[in-house]
Ligand binder design. Structure first.
Ligand SMILES: [Zn+2]
Length: 433
């Protein structure tokens, strides 16, 4: 019951937010026919609404539209875990506090404010701009799925700019550590490792036992390392990172970029807490079930193994490798299939617009192409053939402000206003000529 009322509350909140933004665009001069509030209620986790807003080009557009992505929903937060009420917006000591201040209400706010500012200043886009704000990025991702398929008549674009990835970080001394330009995301896929056995009375153990066989397979998986892979994005990432890292880690990065066959260098990078998952596909056991009675030999033991594949890699090859690792007694089956999405090519125009905008506010800050080890809405568009660039312009202090999904999430006040200017400048650069 509580779940169902949570779902209803969530639906009301997201629909209200989508409607509020729709009204804001309308009041600023957008035509009603260019604004679509789209409730969708597919199932649990998908009781929400998305918003699509089009800003048509002035005259005939020589280029396809640009899609602007952000998400309106947030991860859950419990008031008792926080120092302040997570759902009460608070400005204190130069920060905005509250769930979603960094992920990703700031993205929604900055893109919206930048578009309103551009319109008010008389800017006329030379190509269509299409906004898609989803309402379930943190759960089902249904808004992005629909956005990349059924709603394609509105959302079709040459490429997308995502306000839910990218952004900068500074150390406590104010030194710029770098601004990420996200061009790739690892792909989510889950498998079941299952062992079946005739079982029997636990007073008479058999030589084979489903739980022991599964445990052996999982220990082999723990020790297993997939072959390291460098792609265009991670090569650029490690080239930039190598310049910032002194010591053994920086050396390993330099060695690996110089020689992608140097597996030992890749292993040393992967072992660093900062770089977990950046050099290869990773798989890890996440759930376990088995047996049916305290006094019976198990007839079934099963684990869920969640994998994050390198973009563009072949899920069939991964499955075959897992079968080899698991051994002959363990059945390996896909439980949650992947949505294969290639890395997006580093487009010169996007890289330049992002770099220029960041450097206007932070001259000389390193620009670091990046691959997310998790996934965002961008994945569905990459899978559908629309390249996506995570080009958020906000920033925080590392590690103090890295609180997305965590306790006392916050955003420097200045970062929000910088981000509005950033989106203003980027959109002008990419849609103004
Ligand atoms: Zn997010």
């Amino acid at each position: 019951m509580e779940n169902r009322s949570n779902e209803r509350r969530r639906f009301r909140v997201l629909l209200t937010m989508a409607q509020y933004l729709a009204d804001t665009f309308k009041a600023a001069g957008w035509a009603e026919s260019d604004i679509h509030v789209l409730p969708h209620q597919g199932g649990p986790g998908d009781q929400t609404a998305s918003l699509i807003v089009r800003w048509p080009a002035a005259g005939k557009a020589p280029k396809k539209p640009i899609l602007l992505l952000a998400h309106m929903d947030v991860v859950e937060a419990k008031a008792e875990d926080w120092s302040t009420d997570p759902f009460k917006f608070l400005e204190k000591d130069g920060y905005f506090y509250g769930r979603g201040t960094s992920d990703d209400k700031q993205g929604v706010t900055a893109v919206t404010a930048a578009l309103l500012k551009l319109r008010a200043s008389g800017f006329k886009p030379k190509r269509d701009l299409v906004v898609l704000f989803t309402g379930d990025e943190e759960t089902e991702g249904r808004g992005a799925q629909l956005g990349a398929t059924e709603w394609r008549k509105w959302t079709d674009a040459e490429f997308a700019l995502n306000a839910d990835a990218g952004g900068g970080s500074f150390d406590r001394q104010g030194r710029a550590l770098g601004f990420g330009l996200q061009t790739a995301e690892k792909q989510y896929v889950s498998f079941h490792f299952s062992v079946r056995n005739p079982g029997g009375h636990s007073s008479r153990p058999r030589p084979d036992n489903a739980i022991y066989q599964l445990a052996d397979a999982l220990k082999r998986l723990e020790a297993h390392r997939f072959t390291p892979v460098l792609n265009e994005t991670t090569r650029a990432y490690f080239t930039a990172r190598a310049k910032m890292e002194a010591g053994a880690l920086g050396q390993a990065m330099r060695r690996w970029v110089a020689d992608p066959a140097d597996g030992a260098a890749a292993d040393a990078i992967e072992a660093s807490e900062l770089e977990v998952g950046m050099t290869r596909t990773r798989c890890v056991a996440t759930r376990l079930e088995g047996g049916h009675a305290d006094n019976a030999l198990p007839q079934l033991a099963r684990a869920t193994v969640n994998c994050r594949m390198m973009p563009g890699s072949d899920p069939k090859a991964l499955e075959a490798e897992l079968k080899q690792v698991a051994g002959p007694h363990v059945a390996v089956t896909v439980s949650d299939p992947p949505n294969p999405a290639p890395a997006s090519p580093l487009r010169a125009d996007v890289v330049k617009a992002y770099t220029d905008s960041v450097h206007k506010r932070f001259p000389g800050a390193p620009i670091v192409p990046s691959m997310s080890t998790g996934a965002t809405d961008g994945l569905f568009f990459r899978a559908a053939g629309i390249p996506v660039y995570g080009v958020e312009g906000s920033w925080g202090i590392s590690p103090d402000d890295e609180r997305a999904h965590g306790k006392d999430e916050r955003l420097p006040v200045k970062a929000l206003y910088d981000n509005v200017d950033h989106w203003h400048d980027m959109i002008r650069a990419l849609a103004g000529k």
